[in-house]
Design a protein around this ligand. Structure first.
Ligand SMILES: Cc1ncc(COP(=O)(O)O)c(C=O)c1O
Length: 429
């Protein structure tokens, strides 16, 4: 008797009959096939991370795609993290974040943002701003609630709101200046509006919202009793004298604002996964419960290094801004020469361009062309718009070395040559 038939006989003798087992197996498969939640099916794969996975497999690529800073992290931070591990800070931390880190965040919030916050009741350390956004939305949004979002928006917002059961309500930032129309914004507020999600400095456009713009938002929030959730992860990256303003500092907004930031961008430590939320005590209580069950706590030894990071002196911040401003200027020259249209970013480390003049069917096709034919990785703009939007935008990241941007210039010169050849090959009428 073969091994298969012996196994069959054994199973049928002691458990179920063979046809019964087959039936169970198929039923289990059916269940598995359908056991995907609705929320998991309505969100799409992240284009940014999907593209990053693909790009990482292509040799000799020049990568201006995902926002991954290319330069080394300050030595003092690496040593602080290493020492924390060596000193055995390797277990779960306080769920809300190490008290000393929350105190450092409170100092920074007061000094840089002009917000006084109690580390005990108003500050929570999270696994990146990403978790902070999810925790804030899960703690405040009920199914059926609307959350207003400026479009284009950081790719995560749509899935974040959707997972929380909310419905995104989009308000356009109009190109080329990427400003909103106050009447369009006012029309988006209604009795279902639970929150407005604001991101300043803004990914992908590089806008830094002015006091006048934030005031319009604040007035509507107060009028409709709506919460403001602000993502300020690029708060230090502001150029040409632009000033970052935190929504919570506007009159009457502190009690209705959840402020989110983190260490990923400022200190170039996107892999450390350190973010934080500053919110009034009742919101903090609610989002801490969600945070606890989502992730329990942020990485403990890195929180220790985070204290050192937040206490870095003015020279560090000044040096960082100067570096990014120079990189922005370098990339703007390169992109302009290649024929991209854009408004010079006032903040972040992204350049968001209008690529419609190149005549591609859409930005996905153009992204693919730049990648395959020119060896240049970028981000196709469609992921910053509502699903199914027709877009013609390419985003470049300039958190790179001047050498990488110079290499991108060469790839774009090749692109220009290819476009000339393509246009010459077109049949003339
Ligand atoms: C606007 C915005 N918010 C949040 C994040 C994620 O931040 P973190 O690394 O802290 O999760 C990003 C990352 O690119 C971002 O662009």
């Amino acid at each position: 008797m073969g091994i298969k038939s012996r196994a069959r006989e054994f199973i049928s003798r002691f458990c179920f009959s063979w046809p019964e087992i087959c039936r169970h197996f198929h039923r289990a498969q059916d269940i598995r096939r359908t056991a995907i939640s609705h929320r998991a099916t309505i969100i799409r794969e992240s284009n940014i991370r999907d593209a990053a996975r693909l790009v990482s497999q292509i040799p000799n690529i020049v990568n201006l795609g995902q926002g991954l800073p290319e330069y080394p992290v300050p030595q003092v931070l690496k040593e602080a993290a290493q020492q924390a591990i060596a000193a055995d800070v390797n277990q779960y931390s306080n769920t809300w974040g190490l008290p000393a880190l929350r105190e450092a965040i409170a100092r920074k919030m007061k000094h840089y943002n002009g917000i006084t916050a109690d580390p005990e009741t108003e500050i929570t350390v999270t696994v990146g701003a990403s978790e902070a956004l999810n925790a804030a939305l899960l703690a405040t949004v009920n199914p059926g609630d609307e959350v207003i979002v400026f479009e284009p928006f950081y790719e995560n917002y749509h899935p974040n709101i959707t997972i929380a059961g909310g419905t995104p309500r989009y308000v356009r930032l109009h190109a080329p200046a990427y400003t909103f129309d106050a009447d369009e914004l006012a029309a988006a507020f209604n009795h279902r509006t639970r929150a407005i999600l604001i991101n300043t400095p803004h990914n992908p456009t590089g806008r830094v919202f002015t006091l006048a713009e934030l005031q319009v938002v604040a007035d509507l929030c107060k009028k409709w009793d709506v919460l403001a959730i602000t993502d300020e992860i690029y708060e230090y990256m502001v150029y040409d004298g632009a000033k970052h303003i935190s929504m919570a500092t506007l009159p009457g907004m502190r009690e209705r604002t959840i402020t989110i930031s983190g260490l990923s961008k400022t200190f170039g430590v996107t892999g450390w996964r350190l973010g934080y939320v500053v919110a009034p005590p009742e919101y903090t209580k609610a989002l801490r419960r969600v945070h606890d069950y989502l992730t329990l706590c942020a990485p403990a030894p890195l929180q220790v290094a985070g204290i050192v990071a937040l206490d870095m002196g003015e020279d560090f911040y000044k040096g960082m801004v100067e570096k990014y401003q120079a990189l922005r200027d370098q990339l703007c020259v390169v992109a302009q020469r290649a024929g991209f249209k854009f408004r010079k970013p006032e903040g972040t480390y992204y350049l968001f361009t209008d690529a419609s003049s190149f005549g591609f069917e859409n930005d996905r096709k153009m992204w693919e062309y730049l990648l395959r034919e020119c060896g240049l990785a970028t981000i196709a703009g469609y992921c910053f718009y509502r699903p199914d939007a027709r877009t013609q935008n390419i985003r470049f990241c300039y958190a790179k070395s001047p050498k990488t941007i110079a290499a991108a210039e060469e790839r774009l010169a090749l692109f220009t040559d290819l476009m000339v050849q393509r246009d010459l090959a077109k049949p003339r009428r």
